[in-house]
Ligand binder design. Structure first.
Ligand SMILES: Nc1ncnc2c1ncn2[C@@H]1O[C@H](COP(=O)(O)OP(=O)(O)OP(=O)(O)O)[C@@H](O)[C@H]1O
Length: 223
């Protein structure tokens, strides 16, 4: 993925070969500037790669037109940004955010049931601004659930949160992965890296190691 800048061409990621399984948590890890967010945007079909291909369930998304890509993104992919308020519609209440998310894909959703599962029971009538950052972030994952997103992509979802709120987001990721969603998350957070079923280590825009994790979650060393 190349970017044209006043200083010349900058390569965000290059030569990445990665298969994201339909279930479990895949963490994109690596230092700042290693290409995690770029890869997430390419996987989330927000950017077309300059070279190479991104396939979803066997379809090369490069062969799709703009509308078909947008429909695929809307119906199957949920993106959760780093900054909690960016993920929500602030003039709608908590429950209405979930309903709006479900309606955007023609899905049926039970806001109360989703809120209960996320530990946010009883907040359906609250304004989203009355929720803490961690609660807003969990609601953003709830919106991806309401949309019925098979793949949920999240960029540094714990970086703006205190430790206790981040813990609750980690619980939410475990819950979603346990319910059969594919989670792809870019993060520096060691606890999130330990939670991953697989960790794609990145450096200078390249994939340097893929750490598959099959047993109970344990500490893992950075390559
Ligand atoms: N829109 C853009 N225009 C120009 N260069 C970009 C753009 N997006 C990313 N880059 C460049 O691509 C490289 C990878 O950036 P990226 O943001 O993907 O890294 P990152 O690992 O997510 O970093 P961080 O952890 O700091 O968010 C960097 O050199 C960055 O400057």
């Amino acid at each position: 993925m190349d970017y044209t800048t006043p200083a010349g061409t900058v390569t965000g990621v290059d030569g990445i070969e990665l298969t994201v399984p339909a279930h479990g948590v895949t963490v994109l890890a690596g230092p700042s500037g290693s290409g995690k967010s770029t890869l997430l945007r390419v996987l989330g079909l927000f950017e077309r790669p300059t070279r190479g291909a991104v396939s979803f369930r066997g379809t090369d998304t490069g062969t799709l037109g703009h509308r078909a890509r947008r429909a695929l993104r809307r119906d199957h992919l949920g993106l959760v940004f780093q900054n909690p308020p960016e993920n929500l519609i602030d003039h709608l209440g908590v429950g209405k955010n979930l309903l709006a998310a479900a309606q955007s894909t023609g899905n049926q959703a039970d806001p109360e049931a989703i809120l209960d599962r996320l530990g946010l029971g009883g907040t359906a009538d609250w304004r989203v601004t009355a929720l803490s950052g961690g609660q807003q972030q969990r609601l953003a994952f709830g919106c991806a659930l309401a949309r019925g997103s098979a793949v949920i992509l999240a960029d540094e979802p714990t970086s703006q949160l205190d430790e206790a709120s981040a813990d609750l987001v980690l619980d939410t990721l475990r819950l979603l992965a346990g319910e059969g969603h594919a989670i792809v998350v870019a993060s520096h957070d060691d606890r999130l890296i330990r939670l991953g079923d697989r960790v794609a280590w990145m450096h200078d825009g390249r994939l340097t190691a893929l750490d598959e994790h099959t047993g109970p979650h344990t500490e893992r060393a950075k390559p």
